[in-house]
Design a binder for this molecule. Structure first.
Ligand SMILES: NC(=O)c1ccc[n+]([C@@H]2O[C@H](COP(=O)([O-])OP(=O)(O)OC[C@H]3O[C@@H](n4cnc5c(N)ncnc54)[C@H](O)[C@@H]3O)[C@@H](O)[C@H]2O)c1
Length: 373
Protein backbone atom coordinates (compact mmCIF):
# COMPACT_ATOMS: atom_id res chain seq x y z
CA UNK A 1 0.00 0.00 0.00
CA UNK A 2 2.65 2.41 -1.12
CA UNK A 3 2.07 6.08 -0.49
CA UNK A 4 -1.41 5.74 1.00
CA UNK A 5 -2.73 4.57 4.31
CA UNK A 6 -3.98 1.04 4.08
CA UNK A 7 -7.56 -0.06 3.67
CA UNK A 8 -7.54 -3.75 4.49
CA UNK A 9 -10.81 -5.59 3.88
CA UNK A 10 -10.19 -8.97 5.56
CA UNK A 11 -9.68 -7.98 9.20
CA UNK A 12 -11.12 -9.09 12.53
CA UNK A 13 -14.20 -7.58 14.12
CA UNK A 14 -13.33 -4.89 16.68
CA UNK A 15 -12.69 -6.18 20.21
CA UNK A 16 -13.00 -3.08 22.39
CA UNK A 17 -11.40 -3.35 25.80
CA UNK A 18 -9.72 -6.70 25.04
CA UNK A 19 -6.03 -7.16 24.38
CA UNK A 20 -5.39 -9.07 21.16
CA UNK A 21 -3.70 -12.46 21.61
CA UNK A 22 -0.83 -13.29 19.28
CA UNK A 23 0.82 -16.69 18.91
CA UNK A 24 4.46 -16.50 17.83
CA UNK A 25 6.06 -19.46 16.04
CA UNK A 26 9.60 -18.33 15.30
CA UNK A 27 10.66 -21.71 13.86
CA UNK A 28 14.04 -22.56 12.35
CA UNK A 29 17.15 -20.93 10.93
CA UNK A 30 16.75 -17.18 10.46
CA UNK A 31 13.09 -17.37 11.58
CA UNK A 32 13.88 -16.61 15.27
CA UNK A 33 16.41 -13.92 14.27
CA UNK A 34 13.99 -11.88 12.15
CA UNK A 35 10.98 -12.46 14.42
CA UNK A 36 12.94 -11.16 17.43
CA UNK A 37 13.76 -7.95 15.56
CA UNK A 38 10.18 -7.38 14.41
CA UNK A 39 8.73 -7.89 17.89
CA UNK A 40 10.88 -5.00 19.18
CA UNK A 41 8.38 -2.55 17.65
CA UNK A 42 5.34 -3.83 19.55
CA UNK A 43 5.94 -1.65 22.59
CA UNK A 44 6.81 1.56 20.72
CA UNK A 45 3.76 1.17 18.51
CA UNK A 46 1.68 1.55 21.65
CA UNK A 47 -1.00 -1.13 21.14
CA UNK A 48 -0.31 -3.76 23.81
CA UNK A 49 -0.47 -7.34 22.54
CA UNK A 50 -0.74 -10.49 24.62
CA UNK A 51 2.02 -12.63 23.09
CA UNK A 52 2.63 -16.34 23.63
CA UNK A 53 5.61 -18.13 22.08
CA UNK A 54 5.31 -21.69 20.75
CA UNK A 55 8.43 -23.86 20.29
CA UNK A 56 7.46 -25.83 17.16
CA UNK A 57 10.63 -26.15 15.10
CA UNK A 58 13.17 -28.73 13.93
CA UNK A 59 15.04 -28.39 17.23
CA UNK A 60 11.87 -29.12 19.20
CA UNK A 61 11.01 -32.03 16.90
CA UNK A 62 14.45 -33.59 17.27
CA UNK A 63 14.11 -33.41 21.07
CA UNK A 64 10.47 -34.44 21.43
CA UNK A 65 9.27 -35.92 18.07
CA UNK A 66 6.42 -33.41 18.32
CA UNK A 67 5.35 -31.31 15.33
CA UNK A 68 1.92 -29.67 15.75
CA UNK A 69 0.56 -31.19 18.97
CA UNK A 70 -2.99 -32.46 19.34
CA UNK A 71 -5.34 -29.68 20.30
CA UNK A 72 -3.03 -26.91 19.05
CA UNK A 73 -5.15 -26.11 16.04
CA UNK A 74 -8.33 -25.68 18.05
CA UNK A 75 -6.50 -23.64 20.68
CA UNK A 76 -5.00 -21.30 18.10
CA UNK A 77 -8.35 -20.93 16.33
CA UNK A 78 -10.36 -20.26 19.48
CA UNK A 79 -7.97 -18.37 21.73
CA UNK A 80 -5.77 -16.31 19.39
CA UNK A 81 -6.35 -13.42 17.03
CA UNK A 82 -3.32 -13.95 14.82
CA UNK A 83 -0.15 -15.99 14.41
CA UNK A 84 3.24 -14.41 13.69
CA UNK A 85 5.42 -17.00 12.01
CA UNK A 86 9.15 -16.97 11.14
CA UNK A 87 10.16 -19.89 8.93
CA UNK A 88 10.47 -23.67 9.08
CA UNK A 89 13.02 -25.89 7.39
CA UNK A 90 16.18 -27.52 8.70
CA UNK A 91 18.66 -29.83 6.96
CA UNK A 92 18.59 -32.11 10.04
CA UNK A 93 14.95 -32.94 9.20
CA UNK A 94 15.33 -33.69 5.50
CA UNK A 95 11.77 -34.84 4.78
CA UNK A 96 10.32 -31.48 5.88
CA UNK A 97 7.87 -33.14 8.28
CA UNK A 98 7.81 -30.16 10.69
CA UNK A 99 7.03 -27.61 7.98
CA UNK A 100 4.41 -29.90 6.50
CA UNK A 101 2.65 -30.58 9.80
CA UNK A 102 2.92 -27.08 11.26
CA UNK A 103 2.75 -24.66 8.33
CA UNK A 104 0.59 -26.64 5.92
CA UNK A 105 -1.31 -27.99 8.95
CA UNK A 106 -2.20 -24.45 10.00
CA UNK A 107 -2.96 -23.24 6.48
CA UNK A 108 -5.35 -26.13 5.87
CA UNK A 109 -6.57 -26.64 9.44
CA UNK A 110 -7.47 -22.97 9.99
CA UNK A 111 -8.79 -22.76 6.40
CA UNK A 112 -6.51 -19.82 5.59
CA UNK A 113 -7.59 -19.71 1.99
CA UNK A 114 -6.13 -16.34 1.00
CA UNK A 115 -2.38 -16.09 0.66
CA UNK A 116 -1.96 -12.35 0.29
CA UNK A 117 1.40 -11.15 -1.00
CA UNK A 118 2.17 -7.50 -1.75
CA UNK A 119 4.48 -6.80 -4.68
CA UNK A 120 5.35 -3.24 -3.76
CA UNK A 121 8.65 -1.61 -4.57
CA UNK A 122 10.06 0.44 -1.69
CA UNK A 123 12.93 2.06 -3.58
CA UNK A 124 13.64 2.20 -7.31
CA UNK A 125 17.25 1.22 -6.66
CA UNK A 126 16.04 -2.21 -5.51
CA UNK A 127 14.28 -3.06 -8.78
CA UNK A 128 16.45 -5.07 -11.19
CA UNK A 129 14.19 -4.09 -14.11
CA UNK A 130 15.46 -1.01 -15.92
CA UNK A 131 13.34 2.13 -15.59
CA UNK A 132 10.62 0.79 -13.28
CA UNK A 133 9.37 3.14 -10.59
CA UNK A 134 7.57 2.60 -7.31
CA UNK A 135 4.38 3.59 -9.12
CA UNK A 136 4.98 0.82 -11.67
CA UNK A 137 5.60 -1.98 -9.18
CA UNK A 138 2.63 -1.75 -6.84
CA UNK A 139 0.21 -4.64 -6.85
CA UNK A 140 -1.09 -7.60 -4.85
CA UNK A 141 -1.06 -11.30 -5.56
CA UNK A 142 -3.77 -13.48 -4.04
CA UNK A 143 -2.65 -17.07 -4.10
CA UNK A 144 -5.23 -19.78 -3.41
CA UNK A 145 -3.87 -21.40 -0.25
CA UNK A 146 -5.83 -24.55 0.55
CA UNK A 147 -6.04 -26.55 -2.68
CA UNK A 148 -4.00 -27.48 -5.76
CA UNK A 149 -1.19 -30.04 -5.61
CA UNK A 150 -0.38 -28.91 -2.05
CA UNK A 151 -3.16 -31.08 -0.60
CA UNK A 152 -0.73 -33.95 -1.17
CA UNK A 153 -3.19 -36.37 -2.71
CA UNK A 154 -1.43 -38.97 -4.79
CA UNK A 155 1.23 -41.54 -4.34
CA UNK A 156 3.99 -43.49 -5.92
CA UNK A 157 4.17 -47.04 -7.22
CA UNK A 158 7.23 -49.22 -7.78
CA UNK A 159 9.26 -46.64 -5.89
CA UNK A 160 13.01 -46.47 -6.54
CA UNK A 161 12.77 -48.78 -9.55
CA UNK A 162 13.10 -47.86 -13.22
CA UNK A 163 9.32 -48.39 -13.51
CA UNK A 164 8.43 -45.91 -10.78
CA UNK A 165 5.17 -44.01 -11.26
CA UNK A 166 4.44 -40.86 -9.21
CA UNK A 167 1.17 -38.95 -9.14
CA UNK A 168 0.34 -35.65 -7.42
CA UNK A 169 -3.29 -34.67 -7.84
CA UNK A 170 -4.13 -31.01 -8.50
CA UNK A 171 -7.30 -30.49 -6.46
CA UNK A 172 -9.58 -27.59 -7.43
CA UNK A 173 -13.10 -27.09 -6.10
CA UNK A 174 -15.73 -24.65 -7.29
CA UNK A 175 -16.11 -23.38 -3.72
CA UNK A 176 -12.35 -22.92 -3.28
CA UNK A 177 -11.83 -21.21 -6.62
CA UNK A 178 -14.84 -18.96 -6.24
CA UNK A 179 -13.95 -17.69 -2.78
CA UNK A 180 -10.39 -16.67 -3.71
CA UNK A 181 -11.62 -14.93 -6.87
CA UNK A 182 -14.26 -13.08 -4.83
CA UNK A 183 -11.56 -12.04 -2.36
CA UNK A 184 -9.56 -10.56 -5.26
CA UNK A 185 -12.51 -8.34 -6.22
CA UNK A 186 -13.03 -7.32 -2.61
CA UNK A 187 -9.40 -6.22 -2.42
CA UNK A 188 -9.42 -4.52 -5.83
CA UNK A 189 -12.31 -2.30 -4.77
CA UNK A 190 -10.59 -0.76 -1.75
CA UNK A 191 -8.17 2.11 -2.41
CA UNK A 192 -4.54 1.00 -2.33
CA UNK A 193 -2.62 3.69 -4.12
CA UNK A 194 -3.07 2.21 -7.61
CA UNK A 195 -2.09 4.31 -10.59
CA UNK A 196 -5.22 3.11 -12.44
CA UNK A 197 -8.50 5.03 -12.23
CA UNK A 198 -10.44 1.75 -12.69
CA UNK A 199 -9.42 -1.10 -10.38
CA UNK A 200 -8.07 -4.19 -12.11
CA UNK A 201 -8.20 -7.92 -11.41
CA UNK A 202 -6.12 -10.30 -13.51
CA UNK A 203 -6.73 -14.05 -13.17
CA UNK A 204 -3.77 -16.28 -14.01
CA UNK A 205 -4.13 -19.95 -14.97
CA UNK A 206 -3.05 -22.51 -17.56
CA UNK A 207 -6.42 -23.55 -18.93
CA UNK A 208 -4.97 -24.22 -22.38
CA UNK A 209 -2.88 -27.10 -21.01
CA UNK A 210 -5.02 -28.00 -17.96
CA UNK A 211 -8.54 -27.75 -19.39
CA UNK A 212 -10.27 -29.56 -16.52
CA UNK A 213 -8.83 -27.93 -13.42
CA UNK A 214 -8.19 -24.54 -14.95
CA UNK A 215 -11.33 -24.65 -17.08
CA UNK A 216 -13.05 -24.45 -13.69
CA UNK A 217 -11.00 -21.33 -12.87
CA UNK A 218 -11.97 -19.77 -16.21
CA UNK A 219 -15.68 -20.48 -15.88
CA UNK A 220 -15.80 -19.30 -12.27
CA UNK A 221 -13.84 -16.16 -13.11
CA UNK A 222 -16.28 -15.25 -15.89
CA UNK A 223 -19.26 -15.55 -13.51
CA UNK A 224 -17.68 -13.46 -10.73
CA UNK A 225 -16.23 -10.89 -13.16
CA UNK A 226 -19.70 -10.35 -14.64
CA UNK A 227 -20.91 -9.28 -11.18
CA UNK A 228 -18.16 -6.62 -10.99
CA UNK A 229 -18.46 -4.53 -14.14
CA UNK A 230 -16.87 -1.57 -12.35
CA UNK A 231 -13.61 -3.55 -12.17
CA UNK A 232 -11.47 -4.18 -15.25
CA UNK A 233 -11.13 -7.98 -15.45
CA UNK A 234 -8.47 -9.70 -17.51
CA UNK A 235 -6.84 -13.08 -17.88
CA UNK A 236 -3.31 -14.31 -18.58
CA UNK A 237 -1.81 -17.74 -18.93
CA UNK A 238 0.87 -18.25 -16.30
CA UNK A 239 3.79 -18.29 -18.73
CA UNK A 240 2.78 -14.91 -20.13
CA UNK A 241 2.04 -13.62 -16.62
CA UNK A 242 5.62 -14.47 -15.57
CA UNK A 243 6.92 -12.43 -18.51
CA UNK A 244 4.57 -9.52 -17.76
CA UNK A 245 5.61 -9.39 -14.09
CA UNK A 246 9.02 -8.37 -15.40
CA UNK A 247 8.11 -6.50 -18.60
CA UNK A 248 5.02 -4.50 -17.53
CA UNK A 249 4.33 -4.82 -13.80
CA UNK A 250 2.46 -1.51 -14.05
CA UNK A 251 -0.45 -3.30 -15.75
CA UNK A 252 -1.43 -5.09 -12.51
CA UNK A 253 -3.50 -4.10 -9.44
CA UNK A 254 -4.65 -7.46 -8.10
CA UNK A 255 -3.54 -10.81 -9.50
CA UNK A 256 -5.42 -13.95 -8.44
CA UNK A 257 -4.10 -17.42 -9.12
CA UNK A 258 -3.77 -21.01 -7.97
CA UNK A 259 -1.66 -22.29 -5.10
CA UNK A 260 1.25 -23.56 -7.21
CA UNK A 261 1.38 -20.67 -9.67
CA UNK A 262 1.04 -18.14 -6.85
CA UNK A 263 3.93 -19.76 -5.01
CA UNK A 264 6.21 -19.37 -8.02
CA UNK A 265 4.98 -15.99 -9.29
CA UNK A 266 5.37 -14.34 -5.90
CA UNK A 267 9.07 -15.20 -5.71
CA UNK A 268 9.33 -13.42 -9.05
CA UNK A 269 7.29 -10.60 -7.52
CA UNK A 270 9.76 -10.48 -4.62
CA UNK A 271 12.66 -10.38 -7.07
CA UNK A 272 11.37 -7.23 -8.81
CA UNK A 273 11.09 -5.55 -5.39
CA UNK A 274 14.61 -6.37 -4.19
CA UNK A 275 14.35 -10.02 -3.16
CA UNK A 276 13.09 -12.26 -0.40
CA UNK A 277 14.47 -9.95 2.29
CA UNK A 278 11.55 -7.55 1.72
CA UNK A 279 8.70 -9.94 0.80
CA UNK A 280 5.83 -10.21 3.30
CA UNK A 281 2.72 -12.38 3.29
CA UNK A 282 -0.49 -13.18 5.09
CA UNK A 283 -2.33 -16.52 5.20
CA UNK A 284 -5.81 -15.25 5.82
CA UNK A 285 -9.35 -16.33 6.54
CA UNK A 286 -11.32 -13.07 6.61
CA UNK A 287 -12.47 -12.19 10.11
CA UNK A 288 -10.69 -15.13 11.76
CA UNK A 289 -7.35 -15.97 13.34
CA UNK A 290 -4.85 -15.77 10.48
CA UNK A 291 -1.14 -16.41 10.04
CA UNK A 292 1.43 -13.86 8.90
CA UNK A 293 4.91 -14.88 7.69
CA UNK A 294 7.76 -13.54 5.59
CA UNK A 295 7.85 -15.22 2.16
CA UNK A 296 11.42 -16.40 2.70
CA UNK A 297 12.39 -19.71 4.25
CA UNK A 298 14.78 -20.51 7.07
CA UNK A 299 17.87 -19.69 4.94
CA UNK A 300 20.23 -22.20 6.61
CA UNK A 301 23.12 -20.77 4.55
CA UNK A 302 23.07 -17.50 6.53
CA UNK A 303 21.43 -18.56 9.82
CA UNK A 304 23.25 -17.46 12.98
CA UNK A 305 25.55 -15.06 11.13
CA UNK A 306 23.65 -11.79 11.62
CA UNK A 307 23.15 -11.52 7.85
CA UNK A 308 19.39 -12.04 7.62
CA UNK A 309 17.36 -9.09 6.43
CA UNK A 310 14.62 -8.50 9.03
CA UNK A 311 12.58 -6.08 6.87
CA UNK A 312 10.30 -8.79 5.44
CA UNK A 313 9.42 -9.71 9.04
CA UNK A 314 8.68 -6.04 9.89
CA UNK A 315 6.46 -5.72 6.81
CA UNK A 316 4.75 -8.98 7.74
CA UNK A 317 4.05 -7.69 11.24
CA UNK A 318 2.54 -4.58 9.61
CA UNK A 319 0.11 -6.85 7.76
CA UNK A 320 -0.74 -8.57 11.05
CA UNK A 321 -1.60 -5.18 12.58
CA UNK A 322 -3.89 -4.47 9.60
CA UNK A 323 -5.65 -7.76 10.31
CA UNK A 324 -6.14 -6.81 13.97
CA UNK A 325 -7.87 -3.60 12.88
CA UNK A 326 -4.82 -1.52 13.90
CA UNK A 327 -3.92 -0.32 10.42
CA UNK A 328 -2.47 2.89 11.88
CA UNK A 329 0.29 0.72 13.42
CA UNK A 330 0.72 -1.16 10.14
CA UNK A 331 1.06 2.11 8.24
CA UNK A 332 3.56 3.56 10.72
CA UNK A 333 5.65 0.44 10.50
CA UNK A 334 5.57 0.35 6.69
CA UNK A 335 6.59 4.02 6.58
CA UNK A 336 9.50 3.37 8.96
CA UNK A 337 10.69 0.47 6.78
CA UNK A 338 10.38 2.64 3.66
CA UNK A 339 12.50 5.36 5.25
CA UNK A 340 15.15 2.87 6.34
CA UNK A 341 15.36 1.47 2.79
CA UNK A 342 15.44 4.93 1.18
CA UNK A 343 18.28 5.90 3.54
CA UNK A 344 20.22 2.73 2.59
CA UNK A 345 20.29 1.55 6.22
CA UNK A 346 19.93 -2.06 5.11
CA UNK A 347 21.54 -5.50 5.18
CA UNK A 348 23.92 -6.91 2.58
CA UNK A 349 21.25 -8.56 0.39
CA UNK A 350 20.00 -5.03 -0.38
CA UNK A 351 23.48 -3.62 -0.90
CA UNK A 352 23.98 -2.30 2.64
CA UNK A 353 26.39 -3.17 5.40
CA UNK A 354 24.13 -3.53 8.45
CA UNK A 355 23.67 -6.67 10.49
CA UNK A 356 20.21 -8.07 11.27
CA UNK A 357 20.05 -6.29 14.63
CA UNK A 358 21.50 -3.02 13.29
CA UNK A 359 18.79 -2.96 10.65
CA UNK A 360 16.27 -3.56 13.45
CA UNK A 361 17.81 -0.63 15.34
CA UNK A 362 17.34 1.54 12.24
CA UNK A 363 13.62 0.71 12.03
CA UNK A 364 13.17 1.47 15.72
CA UNK A 365 15.02 4.76 15.39
CA UNK A 366 12.86 5.70 12.41
CA UNK A 367 9.67 4.93 14.35
CA UNK A 368 10.93 7.06 17.24
CA UNK A 369 11.73 9.97 14.89
CA UNK A 370 8.33 9.74 13.22
CA UNK A 371 6.63 9.74 16.64
CA UNK A 372 8.56 12.88 17.72
CA UNK A 373 7.65 14.75 14.53
N1 LIG B 1 7.40 -20.54 4.81
C1 LIG B 1 8.48 -21.21 5.15
O1 LIG B 1 8.70 -21.50 6.31
C2 LIG B 1 9.44 -21.59 4.07
C3 LIG B 1 9.42 -20.98 2.82
C4 LIG B 1 10.41 -21.32 1.88
C5 LIG B 1 11.36 -22.28 2.20
N2 LIG B 1 11.31 -22.86 3.42
C6 LIG B 1 12.33 -23.82 3.85
O2 LIG B 1 13.51 -23.08 4.16
C7 LIG B 1 14.66 -23.89 3.88
C8 LIG B 1 15.59 -23.13 2.95
O3 LIG B 1 14.92 -22.97 1.69
P1 LIG B 1 15.48 -22.14 0.48
O4 LIG B 1 16.96 -21.98 0.63
O5 LIG B 1 14.92 -22.73 -0.75
O6 LIG B 1 14.77 -20.71 0.61
P2 LIG B 1 15.14 -19.48 1.56
O7 LIG B 1 14.08 -18.46 1.36
O8 LIG B 1 15.35 -19.94 2.95
O9 LIG B 1 16.53 -18.93 0.99
C9 LIG B 1 16.73 -18.65 -0.40
C10 LIG B 1 17.93 -17.70 -0.53
O10 LIG B 1 17.55 -16.38 -0.11
C11 LIG B 1 18.34 -15.94 0.96
N3 LIG B 1 17.46 -15.30 1.95
C12 LIG B 1 16.24 -15.74 2.34
N4 LIG B 1 15.73 -14.92 3.26
C13 LIG B 1 16.64 -13.95 3.45
C14 LIG B 1 16.68 -12.81 4.31
N5 LIG B 1 15.67 -12.50 5.15
N6 LIG B 1 17.78 -12.03 4.28
C15 LIG B 1 18.79 -12.30 3.43
N7 LIG B 1 18.80 -13.37 2.60
C16 LIG B 1 17.74 -14.18 2.61
C17 LIG B 1 18.99 -17.20 1.56
O11 LIG B 1 20.21 -16.90 2.19
C18 LIG B 1 19.13 -18.08 0.34
O12 LIG B 1 20.31 -17.79 -0.33
C19 LIG B 1 14.13 -25.19 3.30
O13 LIG B 1 14.06 -26.13 4.33
C20 LIG B 1 12.75 -24.83 2.80
O14 LIG B 1 11.88 -25.93 2.78
C21 LIG B 1 10.40 -22.52 4.38
Amino acid sequence: MTGVDSVYPFGLAPAPGRQRRIAVIAGDGIGPEVVAQALRVVEPLGVPLDIEHFPWSAEHYLKTKETLPTGALVRLRDEFDAIFFGALGDPRVPDGVVARDVLLGLRFGLDLYINLRPVQLLDERLCPVKGKTRRDVNFWVLRENTEGPYVQMGGSFKRDTPDEVAISEDLNTRRGVERIIRAAYTLAKVPHGSAHPTPRVCMVDKANALPHAHGLWQRTFRVVAAEHREVQSSHLFVDVAAMEFVRTPERFDVVVTSNLFGDILTDLGAAICGGLGVAASGNIHPGRCSLFEPVHGSAPDIAGKGLANPLAAFLTLAMLYDHLGEAHCGDRLRKAVEQVVLAGRVTRDLGGTLSTSECGDAVLAELATATRN
